[in-house]
Design a protein around this ligand. Structure first.
Ligand SMILES: [Zn+2]
Length: 125
């Protein structure tokens, strides 16, 4: 999750550097009003915690995708003999396991971030 607000002058996104999980926490950490510098038009202005919103973080999505790809590759190697060579009756089971486990991990990781974003945007300070 990342915290952002829109610049009052150019409307572009400004990143708020805070690890807060909700608006009351953000207000406690940064004060009710705080000054932010826009990286795009370089103008300073005062913003309040209620003007900040949460967005899903790209790095978590990329990380989750990597976990998914590496996990799939790892399991495919692990089950290689069963999945690609043998005509084991458990063939389908191994194919499913190879895809399901990383997919579940991927889902859990991204869901956690989505939930945090939803929680942040729900509470107003
Ligand atoms: Zn700006």
């Amino acid at each position: 999750m990342k915290l952002i607000t829109n610049c009052k002058h150019c409307q572009k996104e400004i990143r708020v550097k805070s690890m807060s999980n909700d608006r009351p926490e953000l207000a406690k950490e940064m004060g009710n009003e705080f000054t932010l510098n826009c990286e795009h038009c370089l103008r300073k202005d005062r913003y309040s915690a209620n003007e900040v919103k949460a967005k899903e973080s790209k790095s978590i999505k990329i990380f989750s995708l990597l976990v998914f790809l590496i996990g799939t590759g790892f399991l495919a190697c692990f089950f290689r003999d069963f999945v690609f060579i043998s005509e084991s009756p458990k063939f389908l089971f191994y194919v499913c396991a190879t895809l399901t486990v990383p997919a579940v991990f991927y889902g859990l990781l991204t869901k956690q971030d989505r939930d945090k974003v939803r929680d942040f945007n729900r509470y107003w300070s």
